[in-house]
Design a protein around this ligand. Structure first.
Ligand code: ADP
Length: 161
C-alpha cells in the first residue's frame, strides 16, 4: 500500500492545501495530513482546531486522514509506515527551502521519497498567512478557504473564540 504523508502548519488549511490533498488522493492509496507542531511559531489556531478544520474540509475524501506530530518529520513517517512525503510547490520562493528539507530528509532516511506537486496557478500566491492577514483586516476570503475555515477566522477576528 502506498501511504503518503503531507505535512505542514495548516494555520489554517487553504484551498491551495486542499488542491494538493485532492490530487495526492488520486496518486496514493492513503494520504495522512500531518499538522506539525512548531513551538517557535505563534499560530492563530491551536493544533486541535487546525486538525478539526482539516477533518471537516476533507471529510468527503475517504482515503485521507488527519493527524498531528511534534518532532522530526522522518520519525512520524516511520511510525506511520509511510515512504512518501508530499510537498506542495508554489512560486519560486518555496523552492530553495523545500530543496534543502528534501535533501536533509534524504540523508536522514534514504528510503523516503519526497514528491512535489505543483500548485495550480490560481493558488500560486495563496498562503495561510495572507489569508489571516486579509481576514484580520476584514477582507473577503471566500475565494481562498472553505466555508468552515472562513467562519472560524471570522470568529477569531471577532474575538468570539
Ligand atoms: P503556509 O503556512 O505557507 O501556507 P504550510 O506550512 O501550512 O504553509 O504548508 C504545507 C505545505 O503545503 C507545504 O509543502 C507548502 O509548500 C504547501 N502549500 C501551501 N500553500 C500552498 C498552495 N497555495 N499551493 C500549493 N501548495 C501549497
Amino acid at each position: 500500500m502506498r501511504i503518503a504523508v503531507y505535512p505542514g502548519s495548516f494555520d489554517p488549511v487553504t484551498l491551495g492545501h486542499l488542491d494538493i490533498i485532492e490530487r495526492s488522493c488520486k496518486l496514493f492509496d492513503k494520504v495522512i495530513v500531518a499538522v506539525m507542531i512548531n513551538s517557535s511559531k505563534r499560530p492563530m489556531f491551536s493544533v486541535d482546531e487546525r486538525v478539526a478544520l482539516l477533518r471537516e474540509a476533507t471529510k468527503n475524501l475517504p482515503n485521507v486522514s488527519v493527524d498531528c506530530h511534534e518532532g522530526l518529520l522522518i520519525d512520524y513517517l516511520k511510525k506511520a509506515d509511510a515512504k512518501i512525503l508530499v510537498k506542495g510547490l508554489r512560486a519560486i520562493s518555496d523552492f530553495e527551502s523545500e530543496f534543502q528539507m528534501a535533501s536533509v530528509n534524504q540523508k536522514l532516511c534514504p528510503e523516503v521519497e519526497t514528491v512535489f506537486i505543483m500548485t495550480r496557478t490560481e493558488y500560486m500566491y495563496l498562503s495561510s498567512s495572507i489569508v489571516k492577514e486579509v481576514g484580520t483586516l476584514g477582507g473577503d476570503i471566500t475565494n481562498f478557504v472553505t466555508e468552515n475555515v472562513r467562519v472560524a477566522i471570522e470568529q477569531k477576528v471577532g474575538g468570539k473564540s
